[in-house]
Design a protein around this ligand. Structure first.
Ligand code: PLP
Length: 409
């Protein structure tokens, strides 16, 4: 699966960087051309043209945010919490996040290490923007959610991808740590990892985390670990976290989000765990970005962290049952390759005879009103893959699988 041609992952050709530029855009930063095409977003937009499209290309559940989370927000609005809030988030929410880490992860975090952000996406952007400069290189484990790759590019750094491998029996995704270490050059500034991984459901184990953290420490590299699916691991309370193997002053950013665990995608709230020394720098960036997360929404976020375990368990049970339905359906299709996901709510599959994911994604929309995410969104070597999000009701999921089956027959 590895690409031996050593082109940077986010070079313009990979990003389908059509260089057509309208008159006004000629005056914009050239790097804007290179983040122009996001195949996943393009397909979502393409699907919106079709009435009643069954959209399983977006990474969210169809469950609305539960009432125990929305009510405190309504109360906060009524109570007049409509003014600017603290730039790095409300202290009571920062405190609650620290307590959550103590209870779920067994780690003590001082409040200056906990930063509330206006989405996990914002946490990605803030962490990468604060450490990357033009000409820096980033080693990233692929496949990787496109927005992480785009954020690296926007910071004018180059991504050098290290691919996970789909085992010969097709049962699991694996990582060769030696490939990660070999990809590091004197220009490398950071290693970026998303574990549990969107789109494969692969989960990095603690020993590998320790090896990466030790290596990064010895080379003075940052580790940026996106752990937004860290609670959606099947059969465990949580996935391993880089916090399990790190010291408080290690060059480590943990990206997290309220979106996936508690059905809060539309809220645009997340958080960042950083070394205390980075707090002021992140503050400086947020001042010029969005001036901090919405004040009143944070009352709901506190409720999610404090009272959300039961809901999270219910969601996980549902996702796991759906995972089994998807795997049963896919295993009945000849020429289908996938590994049963260990976490998250995606299945990433490859079908013999369908090498062009964009063409396949468009055909699924046009002929079967089914929206899936194209694999090329996750790295250059995934042109033949598609991602299906199964965090939906069972009837909807079965309908989607019927449509996929019909398309492949
Ligand atoms: C790996 C990964 N990181 C971050 C995010 C962003 O989450 P948020 O909705 O908080 O921006 C997503 C959303 O799909 C994701 O898949």
């Amino acid at each position: 699966m590895s690409d031996k041609t050593a082109r940077p992952e986010n070079s313009p050709d990979h990003l389908h960087g059509h260089s057509e530029t309208s008159a006004c855009c000629q005056f914009m930063r050239p790097v804007m051309d290179q983040i122009r095409h996001n195949p996943g977003a393009d397909i979502i937009r393409y699907g919106r043209r079709v009435p009643n499209v069954l959209a399983l290309g977006t990474g969210e559940t169809d469950t609305p945010t539960p009432e125990f989370i929305t009510r405190p927000v309504a109360d906060a609005l009524t109570a007049g919490h409509t003014f600017y809030g603290p730039i790095l988030g409300r202290t009571d929410l920062r405190q609650t996040i620290a307590e959550y880490y103590k209870s779920i992860y067994g780690v003590n975090l001082s409040l200056d290490r906990v930063i509330v952000t206006a989405s996990g996406t914002s946490a990605i952007h803030l962490s990468l923007t604060s450490i990357l400069e033009k000409g820096d290189e980033v080693v990233a484990i692929l496949p990787l959610w496109k927005n992480l790759l785009g954020a690296i590019r926007l910071a004018q750094a180059e991504t050098h991808g290290v691919d996970l491998h789909l085992s010969a029996d097709g049962k699991e995704w694996t990582l060769d740590l030696n490939e990660v270490f070999a990809a590091v050059t004197p220009k490398t500034r950071a290693i970026v990892i998303n574990t549990p991984n969107n789109p494969t459901g692969w989960v990095m184990q603690e020993d590998d985390m320790r090896a990466i953290m030790d290596f990064a420490r010895s080379r003075g590299l940052w580790v940026v670990s996106d752990e937004v699916y860290g609670r959606l691991v099947y059969g465990e309370k949580r996935a391993p976290s880089f916090l399990d193997v790190a010291k408080p002053d290690d060059k480590l950013f943990i990206v997290n989000s309220f979106s996936k665990n508690w059905a809060m995608t539309g809220w645009r709230l997340g958080w960042l765990i950083a070394p205390a020394a980075a707090e002021q720098r992140i503050y400086d960036l947020v001042l010029y970005d969005n001036m901090g997360p919405p004040n009143f929404l944070q009352f709901g976020a506190i409720a999610a962290l404090k009272d959300g375990e039961h809901f999270l368990e219910e969601q996980k049970t549902r996702f796991r049952a759906n995972r089994d339905i998807v795997c049963a359906a896919l295993s009945g299709i000849k020429g289908m390759h996938y590994a049963a996901p260990q976490s998250s709510f995606y299945v990433f599959f490859k079908m013999d005879g369908e090498p062009d994911c964009m063409a396949f994604a468009k055909r699924l929309i046009d002929d079967h009103a089914l929206g899936l995410a194209p694999g090329c969104s996750f790295g250059r070597n995934y042109e033949g893959f598609m991602r299906l999000c199964y965090a939906v009701s069972e009837p909807l999921l079965r309908d989607a699988l019927d449509r996929l089956g019909a398309a492949l027959r």
